[in-house]
Design a protein. Sequence first.
Length: 136
Amino acid sequence: MSGDRTNLSGHWHGLFNYPIAWPSTAFEAVIRDEGGLLTGVTTEADDTPECLGVTLTATINGRRDGMSVQFAKMYDHTSEDRDFVHYSGALHSDGNEIEGRWTIPGVWSGTFLMIRAAGTEAEEKIGAEQPIDVAR
């Protein structure tokens, strides 16, 4: 992170909420922020009744412009019922939380919150030159 609170590189814990009375879904994200260009990966449990216990993985690509954050999440092994998910949010002033909305255009949307994992700054300095595998 190198003292730049707006750099999003690191490990994040998140929750996204649905627009209906379903429970929130937890996810993990590893993000690399190179001058505002974002790449990374996410994992989350598929909590639909037919897929309980399945872990979903996705690739994210996007950008950070100051305190504004936007990225698209593309699920690996996409099936017909999995769409691209667009996230748009704002970085809190401490640089450790992102809050906003996710949208599957024309289908539905909800809210999300991401919190930077403790110790991420040290991990980022050590692993800064290691590539993130986004080609699964």
